[in-house]
Design a protein around this ligand. Structure first.
Ligand SMILES: Nc1nc2c(c(=O)[nH]1)N[C@H]1C(S)=C(S)[C@@H](COP(=O)(O)OP(=O)(O)OC[C@H]3O[C@@H](n4cnc5c(=O)[nH]c(N)nc54)[C@H](O)[C@@H]3O)O[C@H]1N2
Ligand SMILES: Nc1nc2c(c(=O)[nH]1)N[C@H]1C(S)=C(S)[C@@H](COP(=O)(O)OP(=O)(O)OC[C@H]3O[C@@H](n4cnc5c(=O)[nH]c(N)nc54)[C@H](O)[C@@H]3O)O[C@H]1N2
Ligand code: SF4
Ligand SMILES: [Mo]
Length: 738
């Protein structure tokens, strides 16, 4: 027995669940699967299934050329998550005040009846749009993730405008290319220079490192990283460019200034493949390295050296991440970085060009999964990132429509991960709000529910997965039976549909049938064909991936000067301060700049051993991450009397958060980094890092600027113990599996 930290959050983990009984060796089979988590790597897995009942080690599949046998440590030890003694096993009904954590076990029928009754009541009194199905990518399986939209559409419940992750990155990239696809990411291995920009793959998508490091090892390629602190990826780079948060547009402009100035612009390519290259060159005249140095904090020499490297290395691969998009000028900065290979013409060679996401290559026909024929365009699309505003009745966030009276939540943990936590928590505490949460664990969102339903994990149901960071798709089949009474998302949605009078043929189909239909209607053959090859590689041919037949716009030209209100990506209409967006790439000064009252810029970058809020429940990951900390430059700490390990308070106009100081000279002065989304309750006074982040919409199509927050920093003298409320479940289930 291994003792976890006991604070109500961390639990004792019995290790016996996959230990075989004496002298009776269970059969161990290696079975293929796919990692379901919200990670661009979508790794192809090989899972040890022990005696048909439990799982052992999880390995990266060697047969998948992108996974290449490598996965992250937290998924390699997945046994501790799937066989966790604190998994939810039975439907629960709240038996105390909201959020007090008192629940009692009830039957599935009773639970589903209560949920259906509450939804029908809300619909009867306030209209169908007072019910809001709310979900995200806790699982990336198409059936289990997106099936909730079928119920939504058939019932005309409020829509969800999904903004929490991708709008700035996707929009900025597509503004240039016209399509969400890029050079084959495996080509990083044959590059001469890999620029890892605004992503920390050592933490967030380890396979990028596999391919980039191969290029260094086999051909002496240079690795450049651009980030705002000396994170694990920056430490491995040959050239680490430490910029101030939200200044990447300036860096990109200065690089392109030098490329034009020094004759590294490929004019044949520019004339043939891009819009307005002459005007763009003229626009960049004033954006020289000295100008960018004053904005980015880099030296003129660093900028010149980076530009020279890129200019002299045609085979340069730009691996553009999500992180630098999470600034209020993030879409502009992403677009600016994506312009560089269009200036050098790097797109023309293998190992050159840019990549952000391949989500545009799979062409999934989700009509059946999501019930597209039932879509009613007159239904409002509530902003996912503004859930705090929506639930506290902000008329703008509600589009002046009815209040939200009932929530159905799957695959996401907003009472942790959404911005403006003070509003989120106030909203969830509403007595007149009915909340049903379908979860694997008693998350902070589940704690606020009226009804909690136990969910299966990926190895306990069938689903179909495709990789945003590569080009494969694969079935993740059911490998073992779920513990207790866990049911899959599909089972819950179809059971609710029945009670709510929602009709659609997919409610009567099994996941495998839905997968088969989806594959066939997307032009990829059927489920059996896919299973025969395990994973399918649908990388578009070189000419297409490198846009040699033209970019994704009708005239085939890359856009240096996009129409920001007509980027073919998101469709809720332009929002945020889009009218002020610069026409050509630039430094757009709309970030939450420091002020006298709030002299620091805080970013909330991902932790290696957590995945968003997932894995904060596994002892292995918690032990690796330690405790909530904020990285502070020693010279910023010293005048405030802050020593390493001291309690500090971060405060802004949204709220305040207590955590420990970690003195680190790998951050710039004036910048603070808090890695990981710890549960609110892991912080004193139950206020987590998203207390400080904003839900205002980033131009041009919304999104949350998680890494763009101004804050004040001060030392706190008190010894702040973390108060974690106990969770009491009557008839608490015994740990599964013997
Ligand atoms: N271990 C782990 N893996 C994860 C996740 C996790 O939480 N933990 N989350 C998953 C999810 S949902 C996603 S979307 C992906 C995201 O993965 P990434 O694409 O890597 O994006 P982020 O993780 O948001 O941030 C990446 C880096 O951007 C930096 N950054 C922030 N602001 C700026 C800036 O203005 N300029 C520059 N140059 N850099 C900046 C951050 O410090 C961070 O190091 O990762 C997925 N994988
Ligand atoms: N401060 C800060 N906040 C952030 C970010 C940041 O960088 N900084 N990143 C943001 C980003 S990019 C994202 S994508 C969001 C993600 O935030 P979330 O969507 O909350 O992310 P996850 O932790 O991946 O998944 C949420 C839940 O899904 C559950 N789940 C998994 N599989 C299933 C299933 O099959 N069925 C059911 N019913 N539940 C399941 C898991 O148990 C987990 O509790 O967080 C955002 N919040
Ligand atoms: S790197 Fe990402 S996709 Fe791969 S196993 Fe880890 S979390 Fe899953
Ligand atoms: Mo994300």
């Amino acid at each position: 027995m291994e003792e976890g930290r006991k604070s109500g959050l961390f639990f004792a983990l019995p290790l016996r669940h996959h230990a075989p009984a004496m002298n009776q060796a269970p059969r161990i089979e290696q079975r293929p699967s796919v990692c379901p988590h919200d990670c661009p790597s979508v790794c192809s897995l090989s899972v040890e299934v022990i005696g048909g009942r439990s799982i052992g080690r999880v390995h990266g599949a060697k047969t998948n050329s992108y996974t290449a046998g490598v996965i992250c440590a937290k998924v390699a030890r997945y046994a501790e998550r799937i066989h966790h003694p604190e998994r939810l096993l039975y439907p629960l009904k709240r038996s105390g005040p909201k959020g007090a954590g008192r629940f009692e076990r009830i039957s599935w029928d009773e639970a589903l009846d209560i949920v259906a009754k509450a939804f029908l009541k809300a619909e009867g009194e306030f209209g169908s749009q007072s019910v809001w199905p709310y979900y995200y990518a806790g699982t990336m399986g198409l059936v289990m993730r997106d099936g909730i939209n079928r119920l939504r559409h058939v019932k005309k419940y409020s829509g969800q405008y999904s903004t929490i992750c991708t709008p700035m990155g996707w929009t900025g990239y597509v503004a240039g290319t016209g399509k969400l696809a890029g050079a084959d990411p495996r080509e990083m291995a044959v590059s001469d220079c890999v620029v890892i920009w605004g992503t920390n793959p050592v933490h967030t998508q380890v396979n990028v490192m596999t391919h980039a490091m191969r290029a260094r090892k086999e051909r002496g390629a240079k690795i450049v990283a651009v980030d705002i602190y000396m994170n694990a990826t920056m430490k491995q780079a040959d050239m680490a460019l430490l910029v101030k948060p939200g200044t990447d547009g300036a860096l990109a402009c200065a690089v392109m200034h030098v490329l034009f100035r020094d004759g590294h612009a490929d004019w044949d390519y520019l004339e043939r493949y891009t819009d307005h290259p002459r005007e763009f060159e003229a626009h960049l005249k004033t954006r020289d390295p000295a100008w960018a140095a004053s904005i980015t904090g880099l030296s003129v020499e660093e900028i010149e050296a980076f530009a020279k490297l890129v200019g002299e290395t045609k085979r340069t691969f730009f691996r553009l991440g999500y992180g630098f998009g999470r600034q209020r000028n993030g879409a502009v900065n992403m677009h600016a970085a994506a312009c560089i290979p269009a200036v050098t013409g790097a797109w023309q060679v293998e190992g050159g060009g840019a990549f952000h996401s391949n989500s545009g290559i799979f062409r999934w026909n989700k009509a059946l999964i999501e019930g597209h024929e039932a879509i009613d365009r007159s239904i409002r699309q509530l902003d996912q990132s503004q859930i705090g505003r929506v639930l506290t009745g902000d008329p703008d966030a509600l589009y002046d429509g009815p209040p939200v009276k009932a929530l159905l939540i799957q695959n996401t943990n907003p009472v942790s991960v959404a911005p403006e936590q003070e509003l989120v928590k106030r909203g969830f505490a509403r007595e007149d709000l009915f909340v049903c949460v379908h979860e694997q664990f008693m998350t902070e969102t589940a704690m606020m529910a009226d009804i909690v339903l136990p969910a299966t994990m990926f190895m306990e149901h069938d689903d179909l997965y495709s990789g945003g960071g590569h080009q494969h798709f694969q079935i993740g089949p059911k490998l073992i039976d779920p513990p207790g009474e866990c049911r899959s998302n599909h089972e819950v949605i179809r059971a609710l549909a029945k009670r709510l009078g929602a009709e659609h043929r997919a409610f009567d189909m099994e996941p495998r049938e839905i997968i088969d239909w989806t594959l066939r209607h997307s032009g990829w053959g059927g489920i059996e064909e896919l299973e025969a090859v395990v994973h399918r590689d649908v990388q578009p041919p070189f000419e297409e991936a490198h846009y040699l037949k033209g970019f994704g716009y009708p005239d085939g030209r890359f856009r240096f000067r996009p129409d920001w209100t007509a980027v073919p990506s998101y469709n809720n209409g332009p929002m945020g301060p889009h009218a002020q967006m610069p026409t050509f790439p630039d430094h757009w000064a709309v970030i939450e700049a420091e002020t006298e009252e709030y002299p620091f810029r805080l970013a909330t970058s991902p932790a290696r051993s957590f995945l968003n809020s997932s894995f904060t429940e596994t002892p292995g990951s918690v032990a690796k991450e330690g405790r909530p900390e904020v990285m502070i430059h020693p010279l910023d700490a010293e005048p405030r009397g802050i020593a390493d390990g001291d309690w500090v308070k971060l405060r802004n106009h949204r709220g305040e958060v207590f955590l420990r100081a970690r003195l680190f000279d790998g951050v710039r002065r004036g910048v603070l980094i808090a890695e990981g989304i710890w549960p609110n309750k892991a912080h004193p006074k139950g206020r987590g890092i998203n207390t400080l982040t904003g839900g205002d919409q980033v131009a041009p199509y919304g999104g949350a600027a998680f890494h763009d927050n101004r804050v004040a920093l001060e030392k706190v003298d008190a010894d702040l113990a973390v108060e974690a409320p106990p969770i009491a479940i009557r008839e608490r289930a015994e740990p599964v599996l013997g």
